[in-house]
Design a protein around this ligand. Structure first.
Ligand code: SF4
Ligand code: FES
Length: 234
């Protein structure tokens, strides 16, 4: 066990005039993640601390937050990655604060819904299922691995300045279905994609690529979608 110090963003809009940081020094095990430390603080030091988590295995996407200034999954990062104290923990930027590290994810899910993130194909499946060759599957790249943690969208300056911008996560999802050879919904998604709050708001800053804990590249997916829109329209 060793002692480590965490400086954590605290804000309850119902009772606090403004946000502040609270510092906690606790005993931690060498193998602990940032999420383990938050659990220790909440369960044994300050039950009022609020944050989201569920799977603890980098699958559900609910524990994304900002750690020492970078968006990431708190359940995937070990405390030993951060040799200096304090380790500073903030909520994902760009979203309304519900309380402490828990933010309002409704705009994120609303943007996702606008790109119709499901397979669109009204034709009856040939046989028992719609098959894909390995080559066709590869067209979607790694986009199928997105866990919707919002680390990318929350790191995007274009999202910070345009609340109607779809954001990299929703655009990556649009890419995933547009480049799925079983899908026929390109025209259905075009209205959401082809405007200044959609594909054309991306300025290729690539924060999304840096922030993604799954090493996905929304910027590249957006570029491919942009080229497809241009080639289909002109
Ligand atoms: S692309 Fe990466 S950062 Fe963005 S929502 Fe998906 S997993 Fe999270
Ligand atoms: S708790 Fe599920 S991804 Fe971290």
């Amino acid at each position: 066990m060793s002692q480590r110090t965490f400086k954590i963003f605290r804000y309850n809009p119902e009772t606090d005039k403004k946000p502040s940081y609270k510092t906690y020094t606790i005993e931690v095990e060498p193998s602990w993640t940032i999420l383990d430390a938050l659990n220790e603080i909440k369960w044994y030091h300050d039950g009022s601390l609020t944050y989201r988590r569920s799977c603890r295995h980098g699958i559900c996407g609910s524990c994304a937050m900002q750690i020492n200034g970078l968006n990431d999954l708190s359940c995937e990062l070990q405390i030993s990655n951060y040799p200096k104290d304090p380790i500073v923990i903030d909520p994902l930027p760009g979203f309304e604060i519900y309380k402490d590290l828990a933010v309002n994810m409704e705009p994120f899910y609303a943007a996702l819904k606008r790109v119709k993130p499901w397979l669109i194909n009204d034709n009856p499946p040939p046989g028992s299922e719609r098959l894909q060759s390995p080559e066709e599957f590869k067209l979607m790249g790694d986009s199928i691995a997105c866990i919707l943690c919002a680390a990318c969208t929350s790191s995007c300056p274009s999202f910070w300045t345009d609340e109607d911008y779809l954001g990299p996560a929703a655009l990556l999802k649009a890419f995933r279905y547009t480049f799925d050879t079983r899908d026929e919904g390109f025209e259905d998604r075009l209205e959401a994609l082809d405007n200044k709050h959609g594909l054309w708001r991306c300025h290729k800053i690539t924060n999304c690529f840096t922030a993604c804990p799954k090493n996905l590249n929304p910027t590249e997916a957006i570029s491919k979608l942009q080229r497809k829109v241009v080639s289909e329209k002109w």
